[in-house]
Design a protein around this ligand. Structure first.
Ligand SMILES: [Fe+2]
Ligand SMILES: [Fe+2]
Length: 271
């Protein structure tokens, strides 16, 4: 089996009636940040797939070309699954959310139409270098197996974060292969991560504001959690921009191989 395994999954999507917004460990900050991520990747991942497929012909290394192809096929599975779950979230009704998503969609359309390949590949790498760190943390913390996590959402994000770890080197290797400009990479890490985190912040505010009156005060994101998230985000951003940063340096915990085997086993199909 190739280490970047393309799995087609079948998850049970909860019905609109079953949906409760605090589906990760019953926690507002964790749940809303996951919802924001799910909404974001439904537009980011198609952008990355189009960007990487566009530069496929410029890759002079057969192994890297196959990895980029597998990266695209994994990401295509991710956003298709998230789109189904996002429909349930949107059906819950959040004033202002669809407009904010529309702005995000227009941003990615504009990048594809007007920006250079170097900008778009750099954006993908800026996102991936942040998400790999985030995925390693999230799988380690065990939020997806928490007794107050909705099983279907927990499984969706666990699978997605696992595959982010499996393809963690690809965007970095591609950027290095095609461009290798350190300072431009730092600029794109800053730009991509700021763009993503602004979207997260806006979505979290919109959802929490709408949910407090109908689901109670536990939908409020506390000052303690805001500080924890901000601190964690800053650490990951700085690490991704350091001169010696490379995703090849990560030592993966033993349970990652077990998780890969688990999702391969329960996948509908594997390539
Ligand atoms: Fe993904
Ligand atoms: Fe990814």
């Amino acid at each position: 089996m190739h280490p970047i395994t393309v799995r087609t999954m079948k998850f049970e999507v909860p019905s609109a009636d079953e949906f409760h917004p605090l589906y990760i460990a019953g926690n507002a900050a964790l749940s809303y940040s996951h919802t924001a991520l799910g909404l974001y990747v439904a537009y980011l991942e198609p952008f990355m797939v189009k960007t990487l497929r566009k530069v496929l012909g410029q890759i002079r290394d057969d192994k890297l070309r196959e990895e980029v192809d597998r990266f695209c096929r994994q990401e295509a599975q991710h956003y298709q699954q998230h789109i189904d779950f996002n429909k349930v979230v949107l059906a819950h009704g959040y004033p202002g959310l669809e407009q904010r998503i529309d702005t995000l969609r227009r941003d990615f359309d504009r990048f594809l139409a007007d920006a250079t390949d170097r900008f778009c590949v750099g954006y993908a790498e800026g996102f991936e270098s942040y998400t790999t760190q985030s995925a390693l943390q999230l799988l380690e913390y065990g939020h997806y197996d928490h007794r107050r996590t909705t099983r279907s959402f927990g499984d969706l994000f666990k699978w997605h974060m696992l595959e982010e770890i499996e393809h963690r080197n690809v965007a970095f290797d591609l950027y290095q292969h095609l461009y290798g400009d350190y300072f431009f990479r730092v600029r794109m890490c800053w730009m991509a991560q700021s763009h993503m985190l602004r979207f997260f912040r806006d979505c979290m505010q919109i959802m929490s504001r709408a949910d407090v009156p109908r689901h109670g005060d536990r939908c409020r994101i506390t000052a303690k959690w805001k500080l924890l998230l901000a601190n964690n985000q800053l650490g990951m951003r700085v690490r991704s921009m350091l001169p010696g940063y490379s995703p090849h340096k990560y030592r993966l915990p033993a349970n990652i191989a077990e998780l890969s085997a688990h999702f391969t086993k329960i996948a509908v199909s594997v390539r």
